[in-house]
Design a protein around this ligand. Structure first.
Ligand SMILES: [Ca+2]
Ligand SMILES: [Ca+2]
Length: 295
């Protein structure tokens, strides 16, 4: 359970930091930043001072400097000096610092880093293969044990408890009011101050199930909150595979039922998880699904 809590804290931190790219999950955000406009002009002759001037002039005029490209693409200028994003050559990606930077794709291939992965995906853009290729999980591809039915039914029990505990922890630590909004705090306060709350710790599945039955109301907001953290690109009430990535990618190597769980969540198999589908996956009753709780 401790692993779950530590992980979710990391996750919450990441989710709260409001990523701006469509492809969000990165192992090393610095290594993954697309470098734009970093083609310094090589001046081989002339005075040193002149050389600096030339470089500065060119840099100032480089239209790529303020042209942001999504992951897997880099900025180049065309003949009329107009910036455009083109697929990055994977061989120009920085060497990964270790196996922890590896990425397993949904094609079950290990990519050296997220840079290599997104560059490859970009090259496949417009093809069926490219459309189906997603980042599956963080780390090299490995054997993931099949998820048994009884294990699959345990998954939401632990995850619900985990979500609730993370929110409570964020509430406790939010001294500078940066982790939760006022509206979110207001909701979590009620959970935090409820003495019937099951305290964080190692609990049997039976106890988790019983607590869900007894204290059902305490779980409604955490489930909605997590949906809102993920539904960002775009905010439309649906989670795409990419939006789900920050949650599933680090979880899969630790929890072998992750993929089955989220696949099952998409009840109408349209490849998107709606708020209703999400809530249903976590046992929230239809009448308690409330868009206004996604705050
Ligand atoms: Ca969305
Ligand atoms: Ca769906």
């Amino acid at each position: 359970m401790r692993v779950w809590i530590v992980f979710l804290l990391c996750l919450a931190g990441k989710a709260l930091s409001a990523p701006t790219e469509e492809e969000i999950v990165v192992v090393d955000p610095v290594a993954d930043e697309v470098e734009v406009g970093t083609n310094p002009v090589q001046v081989e002759t002339g005075e040193f001072d002149e050389a600096i001037e030339v470089v500065e002039d060119v840099m100032a005029e480089n239209p790529c400097l303020n042209h942001h490209c999504k992951k897997g693409k880099v900025c180049e200028v065309d003949d009329s000096n107009t910036p455009m994003c083109v697929c990055q050559d994977p061989t120009t990606c920085p060497e990964p610092a270790g196996e922890f930077e590896h990425i397993c794709g949904t094609d079950n291939k290990t990519y050296e880093s997220s840079c290599h992965f997104f560059a490859t995906k970009c090259a496949l853009e417009g093809t069926k293969k490219g459309h189906k290729l997603h980042l599956d999980y963080i780390g090299p591809c490995k054997y993931i044990a099949p998820c048994l039915d009884n294990e699959l039914s345990e998954f939401p029990l632990r995850m619900r408890d985990w979500l609730k505990n993370v929110l409570v922890t964020l509430y406790e630590r939010d001294e500078d009011h940066s982790l939760l909004t006022e509206k979110q705090k207001h909701r979590v306060k009620k959970i935090y101050e409820n003495d019937k709350r099951l305290q964080a710790g190692e609990h049997s599945l039976d106890l988790l199930a019983l607590d869900f039955e007894k204290n059902y109301n305490m779980y409604i907001f955490p489930v909605h909150w997590q949906f809102g953290q993920l539904d960002q690109h775009p905010i439309d009430g649906y989670l795409s595979h990419t939006e789900l990535s920050p949650l599933r990618a680090p979880l899969i190597p630790m929890e072998h039922c992750t993929t089955n769980f989220f696949t099952q969540c998409d009840a109408d198999t349209d490849n998107y998880i709606s708020l209703e589908e999400w809530a249903n996956c976590f046992g929230i009753k239809e009448q308690d699904v409330d868009k206004d709780l996604v705050i």
